[in-house]
Design a protein around this ligand. Structure first.
Ligand code: AP5
Length: 221
C-alpha cells in the first residue's frame, strides 16, 4: 500500500494514519514527526528545520523530498505518507521517485474539514513527550489529566500550537497545499473523507475508503 493522507493542519490525518497503519500493518510516515524527532534528538536535520516548524512555515521542498526519499521511499514497502507531499513540487518529486522504482501511488485521501473546527482541534491537542501519543483535552482526553494512558509520560502542547503559528500554518496550507486537491483529483487518485465527525466515525470512513483503494489496485480499476 502506498497512500497519501492530505488535508489542513489539525484535520486528524495523524490520528487516522496511526490507527490505519496498525489496522493494515503498514508504516506510518509523518514528515512532521520525522522533523520533530530530529529536533528533539539534536540532529543536524533538526537544527535545519527548527525555525520553519516553530514559525509554522513549510520546510523547503528539496530538503523535505530528500528526507522522504531516504527514510521512506527507499526504506519501506508499504506506507501511509502523512503530511507529504504538501506542495506541487513535492508531488512531482514523489511521482519521479516512485517512477524510478517502477512504482506508483495507490491513492490519496483528503481529510476535509472547515477552518473553525481546525482551530479548536489544534489548541486542545496534547502530545506525550515520551511516546508521541496524541490526545485532545475535550475530544480524546487521557484517563488522567496531563498523563499519557499508554506510557505514563507527560502530555505537552506542541510548539507550533500558538494562535500566531496556527494562522501561518493555515496560510501556508491555503497557498501551497490546497492546490494538490485538484492535482490528485485530475489524476483520479483523490478520495474525500468528511473529517468533521467524531474520531471513531472518521476511522470507520477512512477504513472503508482504504479498502476501496486496495480493491481498485487489485482489480486495476
Ligand atoms: P505536521 O506535524 O504534519 O502538522 P500538520 O499537517 O500541520 O498536521 P497536524 O499534525 O497539526 O494535524 P493532523 O491533521 O495530523 O491532526 P491530528 O491527528 O494531530 O507538520 C508540522 C510542521 O512540519 C509543518 O508546519 C512544517 O513546518 C513541517 N512539515 C511537515 N511536513 C512537511 C512537508 N511535507 N513539507 C514542508 N514542511 C513540512 O489531530 C489534531 C487534534 O484533533 C488532536 O488533538 C486530535 O486528538 C484531535 N482529533 C483528531 N481527530 C479528531 C476528530 N475526528 N474529532 C475531534 N478531535 C479530533
Amino acid at each position: 500500500m502506498k497512500v497519501v493522507f492530505l488535508g489542513p493542519p489539525g484535520a486528524g490525518k495523524g490520528t487516522q494514519a496511526q490507527r490505519m497503519a496498525k489496522r493494515f500493518a503498514v508504516s506510518h510516515a509523518s514528515t512532521g514527526d520525522i522533523f520533530r524527532r530530529a529536533m528533539a534528538q539534536g540532529l543536524r536535520l533538526g537544527l535545519e528545520v527548527a525555525d520553519y516548524l516553530d514559525n509554522g512555515k513549510l520546510v523547503p521542498d528539496e530538503l523535505t523530498s530528500r528526507v522522504v526519499a531516504e527514510m521512506v521511499i527507499e526504506s519501506v514497502e508499504d506506507y501511509i505518507l502523512d503530511g507529504y507531499p504538501r506542495t506541487i513540487q513535492q508531488a512531482r518529486d514523489l511521482e519521479r521517485m516512485l517512477l524510478e522504482r517502477g512504482e506508483a501511488l495507490d491513492g490519496v485521501l483528503f481529510f476535509d474539514i472547515p477552518e473553525d473546527a481546525i482551530i479548536e482541534r489544534l489548541t486542545g491537542r496534547r502530545i506525550c513527550a515520551q511516546c508521541g501519543a496524541n490526545y485532545h483535552i475535550v475530544f480524546m482526553p487521557p484517563a488522567k489529566s496531563g498523563i499519557c494512558d499508554r506510557c505514563g509520560g507527560e502530555l505537552r502542547v506542541r510548539s507550533d500550537s500558538s494562535e500566531q503559528a496556527i494562522g501561518k500554518r493555515l496560510a501556508e496550507y491555503r497557498e501551497k497545499t490546497l492546490p494538490l486537491v485538484e492535482f490528485y483529483d485530475q489524476k483520479n487518485l483523490l478520495r474525500r473523507v468528511d473529517a468533521t465527525a467524531e474520531p471513531d466515525e472518521v476511522t470507520r470512513r477512512t477504513e472503508i475508503l482504504l479498502r476501496d483503494v486496495l480493491m481498485s489496485r487489485q482489480t486495476g480499476t
